[in-house]
Structure formats: structure tokens, C-alpha cells
Design a binder for this molecule. Structure first.
Ligand code: KG4
Ligand code: ZN
Length: 340
């Protein structure tokens, strides 16, 4: 069975052709560069860019996989959550192909794509815990099995990736800011600036990042020498603070689950921010302390990509072969909104 997967929920246009035995025949992702000069994703530009490039990268993906489009058995696309323009472009494109070729179309929840990404390359012991760390989401999930997900906590304001991007913008670093902050932080003193720990006293699993961003803004405004050393120190202090918050939430998650009689042995970090090595190393240490294994998806499944969408499609629908050409893209889709 051959699956043609489309991902267009934010600023990555991605196509993957994958078979049900997990063989990736081709995987092409175009990260849009139109947004760099704005320091953040401009939705209208994102939709236009998806529209412009989808056909070309689809053709390239078919050539790379050395197959004819008629050989595809199932078409799938991200139908939410995300930016509505991009979701409409990608899902309509995949639906049209399915309709024209008389093949099934499977709508995929983007969050589920991220949550199932560590199951691609790890042998899983259910239940496992996932920290979903992206530009749009910061959530903690308990994954009991495929189709059984419990949201344990989430951000009350900014997403963690958004905080990285906004702090980078304040430090006049390019977009996307996450990798730039990580690079700068390597040469910085992470104890130079004391930043707030929002919700520190709350024994719950929610996050808040907007106060840290405001604190960084004040520090920048009160400093008239924004040189490389200053940037490195502030980047390092910010990175350390958000990592401490994730560490704390991980410990609270393990304790909370233990109280409910749930012992987990695997923890995963997924989403673009999970590419951060400093966060990975620190979370790895905490995981070990609680005798848990930190499992990661393949590197190419961290940032938005169509391979995780194709993999979610294989997991959920390959046996049932259910098609839903009428599913409406939903920018606010949650994990428990049933798609089929
Ligand atoms: O998962 P993703 O590609 O897209 C969303 O679904 O949002 O995540 C993008 C986010 C951006 O905010 C980007 O700055 C952040 O992931 N990011 C990082 C790193 N690489 C990407 N944040 C921190 N450290 C990194 N190395
Ligand atoms: Zn994502």
C-alpha cells in the first residue's frame, strides 16, 4: 500500500510517499523563507507559498520515488489544527487527487502526527508521555494507545517555540529564532539574568511563557549596549529558564501519574523545539532519575513534515480504508475531535 501525504498547516510545505512497511520512498519539505523579514509567519504569504509549490514538489516526490501517481493507494493531508489558509490549500489538493483518481482520502490531525512520531523508530511501552513543543503548541499528553490520548496540561498563553521566536526577535536574531537562541546560548552565561518562572507555585501541568518574554523585553529595553556578549548571556538565561520549567513539569507529570497508579517507562519530546540539544540533554537526565527512557522521533520528524502525517495515516486507517472527502479543515482541531 502506497500513501501520499501532504502537510501544509504552518510554514512548511511537505510531501511524503511512504508504504505501509514504513519505507519512505520520498520526502520533500520546503521551509518557507518569505517570513524571515517579518520575524514570524504571515498567514496570507504562507497560503500563497503552499499553493505555488505544492504541485512542483509533488511531481518531484513522485519522480524521486519512481512511481506513477496512479499507483498511490491512499491520499492523506493535515486537516487541523493550523493556519486555515494552509490547511485548505493542502487538504483540497490531496482531496482533488483522491477524487480524480478514485482513491480514498484520509484527514489527519496534525497533533496526532506529532504524538505518534516516536512510534516510528522506537519499540513502545504504553502508556508513554509526550511533551509536544512547537511554535503553536506546548502540551503534555499521556498516550495510552493509538486513538487514546489524554491531555494532561498545556500553555495558557504563548507556545514555547513562539517564546523562542519572540525572544530571538527582541535580540535581533533571525527567524526562526529557536536554533539561533540555541547557537548564541552556547557562548553565554546562563546565570547572568534571572528570569521569572511563571506558575512556579502551582502544582499543575500547565505552562505560561508570556511573562518570561516580557521580562526579556524589559532587560533589552534597559540595556543600551546590545552586543554579542549581552545577546549570548540573555539567550543562555532564557534557554535555561524554559528548560527548568520543562524539567519541573516532567517531574510533576511523573508524580501526578504515580498518584493515579500509572507508571511510565518512556518519555518523548516532539515538535520543532525538541531539536534543541540543551533541552534534550537536561530532560534526558531527569528521565534517567525517574528510570524512564527518553525516546525521540527521527530528526526529520521533529519539525513539521509529511512523513509523520503519512505514518499517522498508516497507523489509523490502513486496515479500515475509510475515506472522508467531506471532512472540513479545522484550524482549532483538538486531539479528541474524531476525524472519521
Ligand atoms: O514543530 P514546528 O516545526 O512547527 C510548529 O508546528 O509550530 O516548530 C517550530 C518551532 C519554531 O518556533 C522554532 O523556533 C522552534 O520550533 N525550534 C527550536 C529549535 N529548532 C526549531 N526551538 C529551540 N531550539 C531549537 N534548536
Ligand atoms: Zn507541528
Amino acid at each position: 500500500m502506497l500513501i501520499f501525504a501532504v502537510e501544509t498547516s504552518c510554514d512548511e510545505t511537505s510531501i511524503c510517499i511512504i508504504n505501509k512497511d514504513k519505507k519512505i520512498l520520498s520526502h520533500i519539505t520546503n521551509s518557507q523563507r518569505e517570513h524571515i523579514k517579518f520575524g514570524g509567519v504571515v498567514p496570507e504569504l504562507a497560503s500563497r507559498s503552499h499553493l505555488q509549490i505544492l504541485q512542483k514538489i509533488s511531481k518531484d516526490a513522485l519522480i524521486e520515488a519512481n512511481i506513477d501517481i496512479k499507483e498511490i493507494d491512499v491520499f492523506c493531508a493535515t486537516c487541523g489544527p493550523g493556519l486555515i489558509g494552509g490547511l485548505l490549500v493542502g487538504s483540497t489538493f490531496a482531496k482533488s487527487l483522491a477524487l480524480g483518481l478514485n482513491k480514498p482520502f484520509v484527514p489527519i490531525n496534525h497533533l496526532e502526527g506529532h504524538l505518534l512520531s516516536p512510534t516510528f523508530n522506537n519499540s513502545i511501552q504504553y502508556p508513554y508521555v509526550v511533551f509536544l513543543l512547537t511554535g503553536g503548541h506546548t502540551q503534555i499528553y499521556l498516550i495510552n494507545s493509538i486513538n487514546d490520548y489524554e491531555l494532561l496540561g498545556e500553555t495558557l498563553d504563548d507556545a514555547i517555540g513562539e517564546a523562542f521566536d519572540k525572544v530571538a526577535k527582541l535580540l535581533k536574531l533571525p527567524y526562526p529564532g529557536g536554533p539561533e537562541i540555541e547557537k548564541k546560548a552556547k557562548n553565554g552565561d546562563s546565570e547572568k539574568f534571572k528570569l521569572p518562572h511563571p506558575l512556579q507555585k502551582k502544582i499543575n501541568l500547565n505552562f505560561s511563557f508570556s511573562g518570561i518574554k516580557t521580562a526579556v523585553n524589559l532587560i533589552v529595553k534597559n540595556n543600551n549596549n546590545i552586543n554579542d556578549v549581552f545577546k549570548a548571556n540573555l539567550a543562555a538565561s532564557f534557554q535555561r529558564t524554559v528548560t527548568q520549567i520543562i524539567e519541573k513539569k516532567l517531574e510533576l507529570t511523573i508524580k501526578h501519574l504515580k498518584k493515579r497508579g500509572i507508571i511510565i517507562s518512556q518519555i518523548s519530546l516532539v515538535g520543532g523545539v525538541a531539536a534543541n540539544k540543551y533541552i534534550y540533554n537536561r530532560i534526558d537526565k531527569v528521565s534517567k532519575k525517574y528510570k524512564c527512557l527518553l525516546i525521540m522521533p527521527p530528526q526529520y520528524m521533529l519539525s513539521d513534515n509529511a512523513a509523520m502525517i503519512g505514518w499517522a495515516c498508516i497507523n489509523k486507517y490502513s486496515k479500515k480504508q475509510i475515506s472522508d472527502l467531506h471532512f472540513k479543515a479545522n484550524p482549532r482541531l483538538t486531539i479528541n475531535d474524531t476525524l472519521l
